[in-house]
Design a protein around this ligand. Structure first.
Ligand code: PMP
Length: 284
């Protein structure tokens, strides 16, 4: 089945799908995006993803490209036309096409792109054996709560992780506290079994997976503390893990080369991971 993308109001073959060179996303990274998982043909946590899209757009004062009812139809149509049973949907909205000038254009219409692709199940070894992270200074802007397409600092950080043989880079703020990964939220489990993750300030993206994990923690009666933690605390923690739409929940077993806990996935991380899979697999 050939891939189809939704761009400029039409469904077109993926290879021919293109935006104008004066799209403000291309020239200024003046846009936002969302990634939603498709599991067994249904969209995982669609509502919180759309709510976050609304928030990101509102913060950047970009109008909605269409109402949610229409957007949901486009999303489903792109998933259907690509024959995606398990994979992802990518949505991007930019401020639109206009002659290059920093200030908002008067006449531009927001430009929506929707793509979808099948994905293989993530390598089961990552969940079974856990992954390594490195730590790097957080060099991003001060509105990381907005899911902006301006991701160059995240790109550099992820590449640094890859070159160090790690899965992710945890970014560290000026006070030595962990903000988040380059495309994932960061978590630790303390020696008294409290799950800790940073509160949603402007230094992190409030992950939709993070919110789903909160629900699981509450339901299962685990203890949660939304607060900052330092690199030293993470290294000395009993367990650590990360979450995102595409990574699900992965145990972190090494930070900057040093083992976390026993250096193997912790029991609480594994329980939360299993519960998250059950959540993702159940139709909303
Ligand atoms: N932080 C950043 C910087 C991200 O890019 C992502 C993934 N989009 C996340 C956290 C996790 O968010 P979510 O669980 O909604 O995928």
């Amino acid at each position: 089945m050939s891939r189809i993308a939704y761009v400029a109001g039409r469904y077109v073959p993926h290879r021919q799908a293109a935006v104008h060179i004066e799209d403000r996303g291309y020239q200024f990274a003046d846009g936002v995006y969302e990634v939603i998982s498709v599991v067994g043909g249904h969209l995982v946590d669609e509502e919180p993803h759309l709510a976050r899209l609304h928030r990101s757009l509102a913060e950047l004062r970009i109008p909605l490209p269409m109402e949610d009812a229409a957007l949901k139809i486009v999303i489903r149509e792109v998933v259907r036309r690509n024959g995606v049973d398990t994979g992802i949907v990518y949505l991007q909205v930019t401020r639109g096409v206009a002659p290059r000038e920093h200030a908002f254009p008067k006449a531009a219409k927001p430009a929506l792109v929707v793509t979808s692709r099948r994905s293989r199940a993530p390598d089961p070894r990552l969940g079974r054996d856990g992954i390594a992270v490195i730590t790097i200074p957080d060099i991003r802007w001060q509105r990381c709560d907005i899911k902006s397409v301006a991701l160059v600092a995240n790109v550099l950080g992820k590449q640094q992780a890859r070159e160090a043989g790690a899965y992710e880079a945890w970014q560290i703020d000026r006070d030595g506290k962990v903000t988040e990964g380059t495309s994932t939220n960061a978590w630790i489990v303390t020696h008294d079994d409290i799950v800790v993750t940073r509160a949603p300030d402007t230094a992190i993206l409030s992950g939709v997976t993070r919110l789903a994990i909160f629900d699981i923690i509450r339901r299962e009666g685990y203890r949660l503390d939304e607060r900052m933690f330092s690199v030293a605390e993470a290294k000395a923690a009993r367990e650590a893990f990360l979450t995102s739409t595409t990574a699900d929940l992965l145990p972190v077993v090494r930070i900057d080369g040093a083992p976390v806990g026993e250096g193997t996935p912790g029991p609480l991380s594994q329980k939360l991971r299993a519960a998250y899979f059950a959540h993702a697999a159940s139709p909303a």
